[in-house]
Design a protein around this ligand. Structure first.
Ligand code: MN
Length: 258
């Protein structure tokens, strides 16, 4: 058990930092808004059951109302038509939820163009600089979008033509799903596809290809700017909602500090 004893010792000493990548979950947490005629998710909210009152003089507790896909959350394969026969969130093998994190930084590109699309060339350039993407990795697209997350309007960044947010092209979505050895794809934005992806062929290609290839999505990550390009370990903890197509998730990164 030396490995685990070392790990907890180094967490205790600060040599391994535990960084929380999760957005706070409240009624103010931004959510996806699909246009008519599609249905939409609800925001998260708390419904008091008792609060040290007649309904519970010594205790406070709440009912939690939330969508599966509210706030920082995991997309399971069954969320998409291509993965409908795959894993729901409760049947994902837990060992797949912990893996190496690699971070592809496109902050400068997104500052120039909020509709920036990640292409396979960017991923190949990352590998030339940092080495091969490790098996079982969580690949995180760093866009700087997390800085907008306290302002729902700036976070959505929508106009009459729809949302303007970055994400992968069709080719990059296929590359990640079919060529790379990743387990999941994480973003700072409200969903794993670009804001313009409703007009792609296929529509929403990150969902289409990743979830159809037994890979997972991870959204609305924060503190991504504090992650190294490689070397951190991601711990992703969605609730085992039986039959769930996704779940709000707590996401931690373990980072070695020297
Ligand atoms: Mn989702």
């Amino acid at each position: 058990m030396t490995t685990l004893a070392d790990l907890v010792g180094q967490i205790g000493s600060g040599a391994v930092e535990v960084l929380d990548l999760t957005a706070p979950l409240s009624a103010a947490t931004p959510i996806l808004h699909l246009p008519e005629p599609f249905g939409n998710t609800i925001s998260a909210s708390l419904e008091p059951i008792s609060d040290f009152d007649d309904d519970g003089p010594m205790w406070s507790w709440n009912n939690l109302h939330t969508g599966e896909h509210t706030g920082t959350h995991l997309d399971a394969p069954t969320h998409w038509i291509t993965g409908r026969d795959g894993s729901s969130v409760d049947t994902i093998p837990p060992e797949r939820l912990i893996g190496p994190a690699v971070v592809v930084d496109v902050v400068a590109e997104v500052e120039q163009n909020p509709d920036f699309l990640l292409e396979p060339e960017h991923l190949e350039a990352w590998q030339r600089e940092h080495g091969p993407i490790p098996a079982g990795a969580w690949l995180i697209l760093r866009t700087g979008w997390g800085a907008r997350s306290r302002d729902a309007e700036r976070f959505a960044n929508a106009d009459e033509n729809g949302p303007h947010t970055p994400g992968p092209s069709v080719a990059a979505a296929r590359w990640l799903a079919e060529t790379s050895p990743i387990t999941g794809f994480g973003v700072e934005t409200v969903g794993i596809d670009a804001g313009s992806a409703a007009g792609f062929d296929p529509i929403f290609p990150a969902h289409y290809f990743l979830l159809g290839n037994d890979k997972y999505g991870l959204t609305q990550l924060q503190n991504v700017d504090k992650l190294p390009p490689r070397g951190a370990v991601l711990v992703v903890a969605p609730l085992p909602i039986v039959g769930g197509t996704g779940s709000p998730a707590r996401v931690f990164a373990l980072i070695e500090r020297d």
